[in-house]
Design a protein around this ligand. Sequence first.
Ligand code: FES
Length: 159
Amino acid sequence: MSQTSSASSSSSNLSTSHFIGKKEDIVKAGRVTKLVNGCRDVLVVHHQGQLYAMDVHCYHSGGALQYGDIEEFNGRLCIVCPWHKYKITLAEGESLYQAVDDPTAKPLRTYWRSKGVKQRVHKVTEVNGDVYVTLNDSGEAIESDVYQTEKYRRASLKA
Ligand code: FES
């Protein structure tokens, strides 16, 4: 058994592991999306031998993260939202941005900074070739929660 991405979990149905698919199929596809527990659209990504899971709708404006490129910024693997290019770390769901300390300096010197966790990540577990997701049901609100409501899901299906 291997565990590659983690998030806290506690009680209730949400802490149950939900079958996502066979690992070999996910490796072949690179990424899959699934409605988990009838309430959460989740993206599972296989990249460089690791599995990650996060909410599929980008916290910024609901962008389709399943179509995002995966790139490294400041040594951290991120999915780049195809809509407005926000960079979200695969393992933690942190949003990264480039900051400038002195806007008058020539040439400009930029630094990667974190806005904090904006995208909810979930725990991925692999058992005998089967991949499971355990939803992160930590009580604190995370911005990507906004795009997991019934109302948003219905609206995005019509679009
Ligand atoms: Fe993802 Fe705007 S919707 S960056």
